[in-house]
Design a protein around this ligand. Structure first.
Ligand SMILES: [Zn+2]
Length: 212
């Protein structure tokens, strides 16, 4: 069987790290999204469905267009949205055949990558994970809280779901897999679920990891 090393290029391509964001700008963007998380985290899923009008979400005072235009990543590279659209064409194509298959495969693929990132030394501690997500333009990773047996990690402007309309399912199985795999190698076996997602009507992704 052919086995690809998913993490290989992340370590090889060092120069791309130089083109990342200004720290201050990044901190402000994460603060902006963190506030949206605080506003929405207690809204029940069922209340989202009614709030989509003419391609625009209205959640309390916030207005969110349905789009592939990720503001932070587009400010770095205006053609970001083209790649996002292409990536989603592939994923939605798979979903047209089987949503459950897509979810299983993407989670497994992400988890393998998570393992490999730690094994190859690209991620040495949890603090390295936001840098990898940024470098690969997966999204803005925000570690919200850590405790003895749970961890809450948010993802903003996620490549898999940012700007999609409510469809009633979480979409970011790949990202959940990466987090689960990395945390398993760093701390031990865990189950990572995506509790909040654009696909569920929220405007951020929120993952919760439960350790055994
Ligand atoms: Zn998501």
């Amino acid at each position: 069987m052919i086995k690809f090393d998913q993490a290989k290029n992340i370590l090889l391509v060092k120069e791309e790290q130089e083109t990342l964001f200004d720290e201050d700008f990044l901190r402000k963007r994460i603060e902006f999204w963190r506030n949206i998380y605080y506003k929405e985290k207690n809204i029940k899923r069922a209340n989202f469905r009614k709030k989509v009008y003419n391609g625009i979400y209205r959640i309390r005072e916030g207005i969110y267009p349905i789009t592939v235009h990720r503001p932070t990543f587009s400010s770095l590279n205006p053609i970001d949205k083209t790649y996002i659209r292409t990536y989603r064409m592939i994923i939605r194509g798979i979903m047209n055949y089987s949503i459950s298959l897509m979810k299983i495969l993407m989670k497994a693929s992400g988890k393998d990558l998570g393992y490999s990132l730690v094994e190859k030394g690209a991620v040495k501690s949890i603090e390295d994970l936001p840098k990898i997500f940024l470098k690969q333009k997966i999204g803005l990773l925000d570690i919200v809280s850590e405790s003895f047996n749970t961890m809450k990690i948010n993802l903003y402007e996620c490549m898999s779901c940012y700007g999609t309309s409510y469809i009633g399912i979480a979409l970011c199985d790949f990202e959940a897999g990466v987090i689960e795999g990395v945390l398993e190698k760093l701390y031990g076996k865990n189950t990572t679920i995506e509790k909040y997602c654009w696909g569920l009507g929220y405007h951020f992704c929120g993952f919760e990891s439960y350790f055994e």
